[in-house]
Design a protein around this ligand. Structure first.
Ligand SMILES: [Zn+2]
Length: 191
């Protein structure tokens, strides 16, 4: 598969404390990449490279459930939500200063902002609703970017209606699919 390393990188988190979330890995006939919120699975027969084997998690087990409902999600539909998307946005807590004021009795001190840890940026918290599921754009962006690189115009979304927290499956082809965790919200109305 062309661009396979780049596609896997959309699903991993190299800063994760867990090794299994940092790099793609192979189990049985498939290779996976995940950061714990999203996971992609690709048939080894499509891949040009070899990846490390691991049995630290049972990645295939995540894909057993395919849901009772489905609908197609098009690239152009996602593009509307992602055309102006940036993964990081400015930290409002410190207003991009990186420092905040702390007080103790009569003492005042400036110290690292506890929200952005001094980096001045935080993950974009915007979300989008697909069917009755709400997704963080920062999580769903992996699906959008993978579709873009693979030049796929439409994926099949398989989900359980009325189960807001259950992972949703996105089917790219017979050889590529992904599971994404929706955001838990208090009100999940049907479309
Ligand atoms: Zn901050």
């Amino acid at each position: 598969m062309e661009n396979e390393r780049q596609i896997f990188r959309y699903f991993t988190n190299e800063d994760s404390k867990r090794e299994v979330f940092q790099e793609p890995f192979t189990q049985g006939d498939f290779t996976f990449a995940t950061d714990g919120r999203r996971i992609i699975r690709v048939s080894n027969s499509c891949l040009n490279n070899k990846y490390a084997q691991t049995d630290k998690i049972n990645a295939n087990a995540v894909f057993v459930h395919s849901g009772d409902s489905e609908r197609n999600v098009t690239f152009s539909e996602l593009h509307e939500h992602f055309k102006n998307f940036t993964y990081f946005v400015k930290c409002d807590e410190c207003d991009e200063y990186g420092l905040v004021s702390w007080w103790y009795k009569d003492f005042e001190k400036e110290d690292e902002c506890p929200v952005c840890n001094g980096s001045t940026r935080v993950e974009n918290k915007s979300s989008v609703k697909l069917a009755d599921k709400t997704f963080r754009l920062s999580v769903l962006c992996s699906i959008y970017r993978a579709m873009d690189l693979l030049e796929i115009q439409s994926v099949r979304m398989e989900y359980d209606k009325g189960c807001p927290a259950r992972a949703v499956r996105f089917v790219f082809s017979d050889d590529v699919d992904a599971m994404v965790l929706p955001q838990q919200t208090k009100n999940n109305d049907d479309d």
